[in-house]
Design a binder for this molecule. Structure first.
Ligand SMILES: [Ca+2]
Ligand SMILES: [Ca+2]
Length: 137
């Protein structure tokens, strides 16, 4: 997971985001922000060709930090935006050899990124079963 911020409000640039799965520079998956259009977008790069097959409508404000988290289980990746699950990817690269940040930018727009980290988690996550409330006699 990582945190990103878009600091200029004229357009979607600089498209700050996180690379969630990486094979080489021509093959990787990322999640980035379209600040102007208020979307969280999936970047899919295969054989050097870029596409954006999935996008989720989210309010994205200039100058606000947002966290992007990806829970990876093979080709399936659950995407969390500011801690809230927004959707899944089912054809991510696996295995990955790295993660990183991404920006793409035509002009002088800028942003920042921070706190990139990778954690191991348990699959499946533990389930809890809460018994029925006891009734008064
Ligand atoms: Ca912008
Ligand atoms: Ca916006």
């Amino acid at each position: 997971m990582g945190r990103v911020v878009d600091c200029t409000g004229t357009d979607n640039d600089p498209h700050p985001g996180v690379i969630i799965a990486f094979s080489d520079t021509n093959n990787w998956d990322g999640i980035y922000l379209r600040e102007r259009w208020d979307q969280v977008v999936r970047a899919k790069v295969r054989g050097g060709s870029w596409s954006a097959p999935q996008a989720w409508s989210m309010s994205i404000e200039v100058g606000v930090w947002y966290s992007i988290m990806a829970k990876v289980d093979g080709n399936t990746v659950q995407i969390y935006f500011d801690g809230v699950y927004i959707g899944s990817i089912y054809d991510a690269l696996s295995p990955t050899v790295g993660v990183g940040f991404l920006f793409f930018n035509d002009g002088s727009n800028y942003g920042y990124f921070d706190d990139l980290c990778v954690m191991k988690y348990v699959v499946p996550e533990p389930l809890y079963d809460i018994g029925a409330e006891e009734e008064a006699p």
